[in-house]
Design a protein around this ligand. Structure first.
Ligand SMILES: NC(=O)c1ccc[n+]([C@@H]2O[C@H](COP(=O)([O-])OP(=O)(O)OC[C@H]3O[C@@H](n4cnc5c(N)ncnc54)[C@H](O)[C@@H]3O)[C@@H](O)[C@H]2O)c1
Length: 274
């Protein structure tokens, strides 16, 4: 809905009417939670761009929104593959208005134990893949003359090290994502493309199943001082919906941490977060 001021085309409602949104890695986990929130908030169509085949989780959300959630296969580490996926979405849906750059992976171990292949494969998805995905989306927005929105999934690990289960490459890849957000926002403002990120803390997904299974998890929670639980994927969605919506038309180059305080620890006790 437009405001009644002289800025007639300013949207004041946090909804996504008529929008086509792509989310990388939305066959499950955070990406699927974001997809569901976008559809709940009026997005016309949401496309998951994923390497894997859609499974039961995806099918369940798809059934809830008949004819509005789709899966496209691509590997974000390959620029041709992600570009072809974006082209396919535009061909099928006639447009693309938002891209959530979310596909990612992790690997937690001591820096001295990482093999070259470990490091390269992690950066290939989390950083290079994120760059290729953002660029494929930006090219489509520019070609279609659409005021597009790009939202990266960064991480609280981009701010501070994860002391308990360290991963220098993971944290560095996510810090790179946040840094890239600022530069791309600056470069693409002239095309009316907005670029922002969301930094989750600990979210209950296949990636973090082990976190509450740690023997001292209850003890860790006491020190955190935040919400004594992991986030559900849908609890992140509002931040993405806001950044994807036209209500955020003057919001670019920011990060929204959604961490239930868990990632905001005193430096003396930096426990587990992702
Ligand atoms: N789970 C958390 O607590 C947490 C916290 C902070 C940030 N994150 C970030 O959130 C994002 C999603 O994490 P999640 O927990 O939902 O993970 P997940 O493993 O449940 O889902 C990741 C999805 O990405 C897809 N994917 C992986 N590599 C791909 C590639 N090369 N091309 C296309 N798709 C690919 C996978 O098939 C999968 O469907 C990641 O970027 C992760 O780093 C997660």
């Amino acid at each position: 809905m437009a405001a009644t001021s002289s800025t007639a085309d300013v949207q004041t409602q946090l909804t996504l009417p008529g929008k086509v949104i792509a989310v990388t890695g939305a066959n499950r986990g955070i990406g699927l939670g974001v997809a569901e929130c976008c559809l709940d908030n009026g997005a016309d169509k949401v496309y998951s761009i994923d390497l894997a085949e859609p499974g039961e989780e995806f099918d369940a959300v798809s059934k809830k929104f008949p004819g509005r959630l789709f899966a496209v296969s691509a590997n974000v580490t390959d620029e041709e593959s992600i570009t072809a996926a974006v082209d396919k979405i535009v061909e099928q849906a006639g447009a693309i208005h938002g891209m959530v750059v979310n596909a990612g992976r992790t690997n937690h171990k001591a820096a001295l134990d990482f093999t070259k292949e470990d490091v390269e494969s992690l950066f290939a998805v989390n950083l290079f893949g994120a760059f290729y995905t953002a660029r494929a989306a930006a090219r489509a927005f520019i070609k279609l003359n659409i005021k597009g929105s790009i939202v990266f999934t960064a991480s609280m690990a981009s701010y501070r090290p994860n002391k308990r289960v360290p991963s220098a490459p993971y944290g560095a890849s996510k810090a790179g994502v946040r840094n890239m957000t600022h530069t791309l926002a600056m470069e693409w403002a002239k095309y009316n493309i907005r670029v922002n990120s969301v930094s989750p803390g600990l979210v209950r997904t296949a990636m973090t199943y082990w976190v509450p299974q740690q023997p001292d998890w209850e003890q860790q929670l006491k020190y955190y001082g935040g919400f004594p639980r992991l986030a559900e994927v849908q609890e992140l969605g509002g931040a993405y919906v806001y950044l994807l919506s036209d209500a955020a038309s003057y919001t670019t180059s920011i990060d929204i941490p959604v961490n239930g305080v868990i990632g905001r620890l005193l430096p003396s006790f930096i426990g587990v977060y992702r």
